[in-house]
Ligand binder design. Structure first.
Ligand code: SF4
Length: 357
C-alpha cells in the first residue's frame, strides 16, 4: 500500500497578507463561498444564432453575473443551474473563435477546426501531458490538482517544461467531459483546480467545456503567461477565481529575444489590469540573471503603481539554464545571492510587501 504525505500546507486564515489578496479563494476552499463558474451556471441564457449578437448577449449577461456574484457572496444566492447558462454561451463563443483563432494576442487567425495550427502548434484538440496532485506549488495553493496541457503560445529559450510546451510528448487527447471526470476523481485530495501547460490559453475551449460538465465547488486557478487576447480575458471573467500569473519581462526587447513574443508589455499590463478587476491574483516573477534593472525593477514598479499591495507576489529564484538558453549571453547560470537580494529590495522600494513565504 502506498501513502502520500503532503508537505505542510497553510489554511491561510493565519496569514493576513493571504487573506487580503486571496480572501475569496480561502472562502471557497472552506466552502463558505461558491466558485465563480458555479454562479455563472445559474445565469440562464438563450444562445443567439447570429454571430454578432453573441457578444452583445454575453456582455449583458455578465452584468447579471456581477450582480448575482454580490448576492451569492452575501449568502443570498440559490445554486440552481440553468438548462443553458452563461458557461454554454462562453463555450459557444470560444468554439467560434477557434475558426479564426485569436485566443491569444498572437491572433494567428488560422481555422483550427480544419486541422490548421498556429504558433502554439495545436489544432482544435487538447492534450494532457499529466494531471496529478501537485505539492510543489506555493504553500497557499497546495495540494493542487494540476492539469498540464501540451502546447504553448510562447517560445521561451530557457523553458523549464520544454517537453510539454514544445510538444515533444504526445500527451493524452482530452475533451471537456474527460477533464471534468478527472477533476471529480480528485475532488477530495486538492484545494483547487490548476490549469497550466505549456499554457492553458490555447485550450480555452476545452477548459470551458470541462466547466460545463463540472459541478464541484473548487477555486479555478488560471496558471498562465497572461498573453491572452482581450476577448479571451472577457470569456474568463466569471470563470476564473485566481490568476496564478507569470510576469516575466519589463520590456518588449527581452520578451522578443527570450520568448519570441511580440508586443509583450502593452498586452500583459492590459491583461493584469483586467485580471485585477475580475479575480484575485498571485503573481510569480522568476528572477533572471542579468535582468534585474531591465525586467524585475520595471515589473515591480508597474505592479506597485497599478495593482498595489493587494496582490500576492512570489519572487522566485529557481531559474536554471535549460533547453536552448546556453547560447544566450549571461543566461547560462543561476541567479546569485546579490541578485536575489536586489530583487527583494526592489519589491520593498515599490511597496510590495505581500510576499509568498
Ligand atoms: S492560441 Fe494563440 S498561438 Fe495558438 S493558434 Fe490561437 S492565436 Fe495562435
Amino acid at each position: 500500500m502506498q501513502f502520500l504525505i503532503y508537505p505542510r500546507t497553510v489554511s491561510g486564515r493565519d496569514d493576513p497578507g493571504l487573506k487580503k489578496a486571496m480572501g475569496r479563494y480561502l472562502d471557497i476552499t472552506d466552502n463558505r463561498k461558491f466558485s465563480k463558474y458555479l454562479i455563472a451556471k445559474t445565469i440562464p441564457v438563450e444562445i443567439p444564432k447570429s454571430e454578432e449578437k453573441l457578444w452583445e448577449v454575453h456582455d449583458s449577461k455578465m452584468k447579471e453575473f456581477r450582480r448575482g456574484l454580490k448576492d451569492f457572496d452575501k449568502g443570498r444566492g440559490k445554486l440552481e443551474f440553468a438548462e443553458t447558462s452563461l458557461i454554454d454561451l462562453k463555450l459557444e463563443i470560444a468554439k467560434r473563435m477557434l475558426r479564426k483563432c485569436e485566443f491569444c494576442e498572437r491572433k494567428c487567425a488560422v481555422d483550427r477546426t480544419s486541422g490548421k495550427r498556429g504558433f502554439c502548434g495545436l489544432d482544435s484538440k487538447s492534450y494532457l501531458s499529466s494531471e496529478f496532485i501537485h505539492t510543489g506549488e506555493e504553500r497557499s495553493i497546495i495540494p493542487s490538482h494540476t492539469f498540464f496541457f501540451i502546447g504553448c503560445n510562447f517560445y521561451c529559450v530557457y523553458c523549464q517544461n520544454w517537453t510539454i510546451s514544445r510538444q515533444k510528448e504526445k500527451g493524452m487527447e482530452v475533451d471537456g467531459e474527460t477533464l471534468a471526470e478527472l477533476a471529480r476523481r480528485r475532488e477530495h485530495s486538492s484545494r483547487n483546480i490548476n490549469l497550466v501547460g505549456g499554457d492553458p490559453t490555447p485550450n480555452l475551449h476545452t477548459i470551458l467545456e470541462m466547466l460545463k460538465y463540472l459541478d464541484i465547488n473548487k477555486p479555478i486557478v488560471w496558471n498562465s503567461n497572461m498573453y491572452l487576447s482581450k476577448k479571451s480575458m472577457k470569456l474568463l471573467e466569471g470563470v476564473i477565481d485566481v490568476y496564478l500569473a507569470d510576469f516575466k519581462y519589463g520590456n518588449d526587447e527581452c520578451a522578443k529575444k527570450l520568448s519570441k513574443v511580440p508586443n509583450y508589455w502593452k498586452t500583459i499590463t492590459r491583461n493584469y489590469s483586467l485580471a485585477f478587476k475580475q479575480a484575485e491574483i498571485l503573481i510569480r516573477h522568476l528572477v533572471l540573471p542579468n535582468h534585474l534593472e531591465c525586467c524585475t525593477s520595471r515589473i515591480f514598479e508597474w505592479i506597485g503603481k497599478n495593482l498595489n499591495n493587494k496582490i500576492r507576489l512570489n519572487i522566485m529564484d529557481q531559474y536554471h539554464p535549460e533547453f536552448e538558453v546556453f547560447t544566450f549571453e549571461g543566461m547560462d547560470r543561476r541567479v546569485n545571492q546579490e541578485e536575489m537580494g536586489r530583487a527583494f529590495e526592489l519589491s520593498k522600494e515599490n511597496g510590495l510587501t505581500n510576499l509568498e513565504p
